[in-house]
Write a protein that binds this ligand. Structure first.
Ligand SMILES: CC(C)(COP(=O)(O)OP(=O)(O)OC[C@H]1O[C@@H](n2cnc3c(N)ncnc32)[C@H](O)[C@@H]1OP(=O)(O)O)[C@@H](O)C(=O)NCCC(=O)NCCS
Length: 202
């Protein structure tokens, strides 16, 4: 199994659709909606302190670019509701290790829509795309162990908790622990086949 993309290639961000949400390219006009949750202290609690307007704009501009497949570069998608097309969050990935076909996932959702399964639906869409269309061998996701909603999303998608690091990073002056979760292509494929065959015969 090899990567289906070339290192340093560019690609227009895809549109991916599920029952309640869809993912689309981020645009600079999304700034107000993105700023609303990125600058909400509760949303930032387990990530890093809220950013300034200038920093948020810089991130929105960077995430609005076409996807670029270089190591460490975050490629994002807006999470939008099917019902009214409002932007309720973002989901992103970066190549962590090209040789070993490994990427890292990250997601942020507005507190206004928390607890409705939207984070899980968005992560499921991107995970499928990364394995199926881009050819990654392994996906990683990391979080603060207090961020239960975040690691529950990973567990619901079949990610396994592979590591626990003590006081691993600094959030606003506080040394914070970290969980690392991993999902292998073969694990995803087995679950995917199971889902498909269950749907087929039920
Ligand atoms: C983390 C986040 C993306 C979760 O999104 P979400 O749409 O609320 O998640 P879901 O509704 O899909 O729920 C996922 C699971 O977490 C559980 N959950 C949600 N909030 C929870 C909480 N406060 N405590 C315990 N479990 C919680 C849900 O019940 C669900 O599990 P279940 O189906 O077994 O019940 C969202 O809360 C968020 O953006 N937070 C701020 C940014 C952030 O921390 N991002 C992640 C950085 S690692």
């Amino acid at each position: 199994m090899t990567m289906k993309i070339a290192l340093n290639a560019q690609q227009v961000a895809p549109n991916l659709s599920a029952k309640y949400i869809y993912l689309r390219a981020i645009e600079t006009s999304d700034f107000p909606a993105i700023k609303a949750y990125r600058q909400d202290p509760e949303n930032c609690r387990y990530i890093r302190p809220a950013e300034s307007d200038a920093k948020t704009m810089e991130i929105v501009e960077q995430l609005s670019q076409p996807w670029h497949f270089s190591v460490g570069h975050w490629n994002g998608l807006a999470i939008c509701l099917q019902s009214d097309h409002s932007l309720v969050g973002e989901i992103a990935f970066r190549i962590e290790d090209w040789q070993n076909q490994r990427a890292e996932l990250g997601y942020r959702l507005s507190g206004e829509v928390a607890g409705q399964g939207i984070g899980t639906e968005a992560a499921n869409l991107l995970v499928d795309y990364l394995f199926q269309e881009l050819g990654f061998f392994k996906l990683m996701a990391r979080c603060d162990p207090r961020n239960i909603a975040s690691f529950r999303i990973m567990e619901k998608l079949g990610f396994i908790r592979e590591a626990f690091f003590k006081q691993h990073y600094l959030i606003g002056g506080e040394w914070t622990d970290q969980y690392d979760y991993g999902l292998l292509f073969n694990t995803w494929l087995a679950r995917h086949h199971h889902k498909t065959s269950t749907n087929h015969y039920s």
